[in-house]
Structures are given as structure tokens and as C-alpha cells.
Design a protein around this ligand. Structure first.
Ligand SMILES: [Zn+2]
Length: 83
């Protein structure tokens, strides 16, 4: 009886919705399946993702997350969901 909790954690994580390409539905990981660029527009920071597979651009504000690292790279992001 081993619960498959890992996949549930990833689905429940609110940020993963932003990190999935709308077109090809691959998970966008910087330097792996996508390229991440920081942009500044009207004094607000934006993160632009470009999917390596379908070249779709995805932009969202970066102000909520001042740490520019991807949540997938942060182990504490997963711990936060478990607790
Ligand atoms: Zn894509």
C-alpha cells in the first residue's frame, strides 16, 4: 500500500498551471523544455517562457515571486504542499 502522492502533490500545486504549455501541454522547465526570460514592462517584472517544442510564448508577472528560480527547482515548494 504505497500511495502515489507525488503526482497528486504536483497537480495540486497552484503554480504548475502556469508552468504547462497551453499548446503542447509539456511542463516548462528552464533550460530543459523551455527558455525563461526576465522582462520589465511599466516598472513591473514579467517572466516570459518560450516553449522549446512549439515555440509558444507565455508571459506572467514576476512580482509575486521575487526569487527568479523555477518552483520545480526548489525542494521547499514541494515540502510546503505536503505540510
Ligand atoms: Zn509547447
Amino acid at each position: 500500500m504505497i500511495p502515489s502522492s507525488v503526482s497528486i502533490i504536483y497537480i495540486k500545486h497552484p503554480d504548475i498551471k502556469r508552468q504547462i504549455c497551453k499548446k503542447c501541454r509539456c511542463i516548462l522547465v528552464d533550460n530543459v523544455s523551455a527558455k525563461m526570460k526576465m522582462k520589465t514592462k511599466n516598472k513591473s517584472k514579467l517572466i516570459e517562457w518560450i516553449c522549446n517544442i512549439c515555440k509558444t510564448k507565455k508571459t506572467f508577472p514576476a512580482d509575486r515571486n521575487k526569487d527568479h528560480r523555477v518552483w520545480l527547482e526548489k525542494p521547499e515548494a514541494v515540502v510546503e504542499v505536503i505540510s
